[in-house]
Design a protein around this ligand. Structure first.
Ligand code: SF4
Ligand code: SF4
Length: 456
């Protein structure tokens, strides 16, 4: 059994209110035409063109791509290579608001979903047209993710409501304020995927949210739905660990069990509800903006494409220079060197962490302490994987089971020698090519971002 990390103390620091604030629109947004590894969408607007809130600005012409929409009314001011938090730069569209304060107005139900019809194929092109991706770090287009899962008889659609990493509470806040909408979205997804059961997963430190969802299921009399509770330690809230718990396999078995279960993020269920019931494309998401350096940590509804600098202003800005700015959590998030990059659908949190807890110390040779083995939920020997990756011995890394690594970042966090394990692991996976898919869209350069003992 691996050793998990406690996360409760760091959650408390970002937990001021469960309300999700909706600030004024940012001055401008950057909408990348590629989020992660999916094919790019093709722009269907021109520089200087005025667009309405929710208007399509890029077409999903390639299979596996999704449309893009304007998060608010404004003017297209730039098109070309623009900053991206994972890919560096990627083709994108910049829209300036300013004199165009119009916000998206609900169009009412967009699609009629037949209750209990299962495998509703008309939903998949609709998901693509509404720009829907799974709102986790990998940001896989929803229509392709569901189409892949439909290939086999699916038992369970799992909606992962956990906020696995320290500081992050955006799913918790969403479940507290929109439980019914999330359940309706989850049910639409269950029908689209043709799954028999619906399971919503939370962690022990989210019990209020879990109980609200449970009570709604009770009143809806949904016998096919249930709530499960994971321990409130890292990495129990990650998709693979949730599967492990629910399906009763170990972390390696979880990969094999995926043919029976599809895991989607709770924020995705809410976005699907808004798309189907209100005709609202994917143009915003709930984000925890926190860390020691923000004036007031909050959960905020942020338009996609908002620059990090403007997003931090939604919370009063920064009190002092952060030691590290992260998209998502300190365990497996992406460190950012520029505040010009935009919020993406997979951005559950923006964190500005204090210098004193993000000190990067010199890397030392491995002293074979074994801590990384103890913490690995996939029963791997991360030190061996790193050695193979350092030497470029990719096939050795494969033989050592690198495909079972879920890139939780636990080994990098615990390593007293500060070895950049996650970076090497990601490099090895990339070198081994399409046989191994990374659970995260970028993943490279992930280093231990908190000193050992902080948050543990
Ligand atoms: S935790 Fe670090 S120092 Fe310890 S065995 Fe693993 S790689 Fe080596
Ligand atoms: S990142 Fe991979 S190797 Fe390291 S602890 Fe997590 S699953 Fe194990």
């Amino acid at each position: 059994m691996f050793r998990a990390l406690k996360i409760d103390d760091k959650k408390a620091q970002s937990l001021v209110s469960w309300a999700i604030k909706r600030p004024r629109a940012p001055q401008s947004v950057i909408m990348p035409l590629r989020y992660g590894s999916e094919p790019a969408a093709e722009a269907c607007v021109e520089t200087g063109q005025h667009v309405r809130a929710g208007e399509k600005i890029a077409d999903a012409l390639a299979p596996g791509a999704v449309n893009r929409h304007a998060p608010f009314a404004g003017k297209v001011t730039r098109m070309g290579y623009l900053p991206h938090p994972v890919l560096g730069e990627t083709p994108g569209i910049e829209i300036h608001g300013g004199d165009f304060p119009e916000s998206f107005t609900s169009a009412g139900p967009a699609v009629e979903v037949m209750a209990g019809n299962g495998r509703d194929r008309s939903l998949l092109p609709f998901f693509r047209d509404m720009g829907l991706v799974d709102l986790d770090a990998a940001m896989q287009p929803l229509h392709t993710k569901i189409a892949e899962a439909r290939g086999s008889a699916l038992d369970v659609l799992m909606i992962n409501g956990c906020d696995p990493e320290p500081y992050i509470t955006s799913n918790h806040a969403l479940a507290m304020s929109h439980a019914l909408e999330i359940l309706k979205g989850a049910e639409i997804l269950r029908q689209a995927a043709g799954a028999r059961h619906l399971v919503l997963a939370f962690q022990k430190n989210q019990m209020e949210a879990a109980e609200i969802v449970r009570s709604k299921i009770f009143f809806l009399r949904w016998e096919h739905a249930e709530v499960v509770i994971q321990p409130s330690a890292y990495p129990y809230g990650l998709n693979d660990l949730v599967l492990w718990h629910v399906l009763g396999t170990n972390a390696r078995g979880a990969a094999a069990a995926k043919h029976r279960a599809l895991v989607l993020n709770l924020a995705t269920a809410f976005a699907v509800y808004e798309a189907v019931e209100q005709g609202k494309p994917l143009i915003e998401r709930a984000v925890t903006i926190g860390g020691e350096c923000v004036v007031e940590a909050k959960n905020v509804c942020v338009p996609l494409g908002t620059r990090l600098e403007e997003a931090f202003r939604f919370c009063g800005g920064l009190l002092r220079d952060p030691g590290r700015v992260l998209i998502n959590g300190p365990m497996a998030g992406q460190a950012q060197t520029s505040l010009e990059v935009p919020v993406l659908p997979g951005t559950a949190a923006l964190l500005a962490l204090a210098k004193e807890i993000t000190v990067i110390r010199e890397t030392l040779p491995c002293d074979r302490c074994g801590l990384c083995v103890e913490i690995c939920p996939s029963d791997l020997a991360p030190a061996g994987l790193v050695l193979a990756a350092e030497r470029g011995e990719w096939q050795d890394a494969r033989a050592a089971g690198i495909e079972h690594c879920i890139e939780c970042g636990g080994c990098a966090f615990i390593c007293p020698s500060r070895l950049p394990m996650a970076h090497f692991i990601h490099q090895a996976k990339a070198a081994l090519g399409p046989v191994i898919r990374s659970p995260r869209s970028g993943g490279s350069g992930v280093r231990p971002l908190l000193a050992p003992g902080v948050g543990a």
